[in-house]
Design a protein around this ligand. Structure first.
Ligand code: IMP
Ligand code: MG
Length: 180
């Protein structure tokens, strides 16, 4: 398992599970956007692995862009927290179909901010896709149309998800057995 201690981390999704979830998401996009152009907006850093895999299954006219956001304020706080943009879109999304691509949604704060920000650029449509959804943790509501898998509140690493910037490159997803 490399840098992961097996006593602390347990495998949660293997590569086959992940591939099948990504393929299912891609099939839905291929159906829903057949014949259309789409702009995939990946949220850095976590969505980098997913967007690489997902985009290669798409049989659409695809543009890819990335944004990077930061949020301040503890995750448990109900207060809105401050979200700001570190790297903005460079694509003009006006009159285009935009799909925000996230690897995981927790409180939904960052997503809400990004959704409103992109909406202001007057895209033809805007939808959200996430690989994992901690639905029970949502503090801020934004419609998420494409969900790979709904999960409990557990800390996961791998496939883009990090533990203090490490483990994003792991091809499988693990959960932390004993947080802290
Ligand atoms: P939120 O939805 O604005 O609370 O932010 C979600 C962000 O928190 C994600 O983009 C991840 O960077 C991070 N995150 C949430 N849950 C996990 C997890 O289980 N493992 C690693 N990062 C996570
Ligand atoms: Mg993180």
């Amino acid at each position: 398992m490399g840098i992961l201690d097996e006593k602390t981390f347990t495998k949660y999704l293997n590569q086959t599970d992940i591939e099948s979830i990504v393929q299912t998401l891609a099939n839905r996009l291929n159906r829903d956007y057949a014949g259309e152009k789409v702009v995939l907006v990946g949220v850095l850093k976590g969505a980098c692995v997913l967007i690489a895999d997902l985009s290669r299954y798409l049989k659409l006219d695809v543009e890819i862009d990335f944004v990077r956001l930061t949020s301040q304020g503890g995750k448990a706080l109900k207060a809105p927290g401050t979200v700001s943009i570190l790297k903005d879109l460079t694509t003009d999304v006006r009159d285009k179909h935009v799909i925000i691509v996230e690897e995981i949604i927790d409180s939904g704060r960052k997503l809400k901010f990004l959704f409103e920000r992109i909406k202001a650029s007057q895209p033809k449509s805007i939808e959200v896709l996430t690989f994992l959804d901690k639905k029970g943790k949502r503090l801020v509501d934004t419609p998420v149309k494409y969900v790979g898998k709904v999960i409990e509140d557990q800390f996961l690493v791998g496939y883009g998800l990090d533990l203090e910037e490490k483990c994003r490159n792991l091809p499988e997803i693990y959960f932390l057995k004993y947080p802290n």
